[in-house]
Write a protein that binds this ligand. Structure first.
Ligand code: NAP
Length: 322
């Protein structure tokens, strides 16, 4: 199998490092593979190269050796699978490489949430070209929710999903719950610790969770677009709100909810004994089904090797189901 990796930041390098470190084990499960090209914004490498050398080069020089663009690599190279792990951009530019690959009949595995821009269009494109688009890593990192919905629960009616889809918000809310400190103080500490980004607005305003909810909703057959999601972030929550909630046996979590009746991301009261009262940077979701009752799933929503693990899981699934 010939693999092209587009995007060579945290996740791209994580995937490459796992492919090197676990090559024998992975080849036993999926057969022989070769990474035939890697590209990102500033450089690329293709042809006859060793994956470990590409990782080392990038680590030392901060870029890949050639100036050939990611667009050219995506269009011109011969690969069976594209691992698309570039930055999430909420416009058509974020899905260009994926479209190029799918049009060529190559499958795509991605952690790039830009698929929310045109989820249905991408799925149609994949189907029309006998290719697959796999996206487990886009929602909840390594929390195995997409496969659970698409495969294990494929014959259930999914009545709704309620989830905690942003680790930064959950971390801030957990500390507000435990320490009753103001939101702004915890946010600045979270930035210092690298848990929140320097510009955290997409996280704390609920936009990141909203994008993931679009992907989840489409996965359960609700053809939602980002504009359809009602979004309220966590910036207005006070420590006093936690005090009042906890006196009544509740905490507050940023819940993303998709059902036929509701598409929204907002701070909600959650019973303290509910599994959704999960703490720290974890992601979690409760899936309500017709015949299987409620199913709870949790996992790490981000991280280099966690996200890379979700990508490799999709790679395995792609091979297994072909
Ligand atoms: N990190 C996580 O834990 C995690 C978890 C779940 C999902 N995700 C998603 O996975 C994707 C990758 O995340 P990351 O953490 O690896 O991000 P990252 O470290 O910022 O890496 C992004 C990579 O994409 C490249 N890139 C950006 N725009 C590009 C373009 N137009 N053409 C070609 N290459 C481009 C960047 O190139 P340069 O280095 O040259 O700028 C970089 O190599 C994102 O969409 C993110 O939202 C990440």
């Amino acid at each position: 199998m010939k693999i092209a990796i587009i995007g060579f930041g945290t996740v791209g390098q994580g995937v490459a490092e796992l492919l090197v470190a676990k090559r024998a084990e992975i080849e036993r499960k999926i057969g022989d593979f070769r990474v035939v090209a890697i590209a990102d914004l500033t450089g690329s490498i293709w042809g006859d190269f060793k994956l470990e050398d590409a990782i080392e080069y990038r680590r030392k020089k901060g870029r890949l050796p050639s100036d050939r663009s990611a667009k050219e690599i995506a269009e011109e190279e011969d690969y069976d699978v594209m691992i698309e792990v570039t930055t999430t951009r909420l416009d058509e530019s974020g899905i260009e490489y994926m479209k190029t690959a799918l049009k060529k009949g190559a499958s795509v595995i991605t952690s790039n949430k830009s698929i929310a821009v045109d989820f249905q269009g991408l799925m149609r494109l994949a189907e029309n070209n006998n290719a697959k688009l796999m996206y487990e890593a886009t929602v909840g990192g390594v929390m195995p929710i997409i496969r659970l919905l698409n495969s294990y629960l494929a014959l259930c009616e999914i009545i709704g999903v309620r989830g905690i889809l942003n680790g930064t918000c959950n971390y801030i809310l957990t500390r507000m719950e435990e320490e009753k400190l103001p939101y702004s103080q915890i946010l600045s500490e979270a930035k210092e610790m690298g848990i929140a980004e320097a510009n955290p607005s997409a996280d704390v305003e609920g936009i990141d969770a909203g994008i993931k909810l679009v992907i989840l909703a489409n996965t359960i057959g609700i053809p939602a677009k980002f504009e359809d999601i009602e979004i309220v972030g966590i910036t207005k929550i006070t420590p006093q709100a936690f005090t009042v909630a906890m006196q009544k046996g509740y905490t507050i979590r940023l819940i993303a909810e998709a059902s036929k009746k509701s598409l929204r991301v907002s701070p909600r009261l959650v019973p303290l004994n509910s599994p959704l009262a999960i703490k720290g940077t974890m992601n979690a979701a409760m899936i309500k089904t017709d015949t299987a009752g409620d199913i709870f799933v949790a996992g790490r929503g981000a991280g280099k090797f966690e996200t890379a693990t979700a990508i490799l899981s999709d790679l395995y699934e792609l091979v297994r189901t072909n």
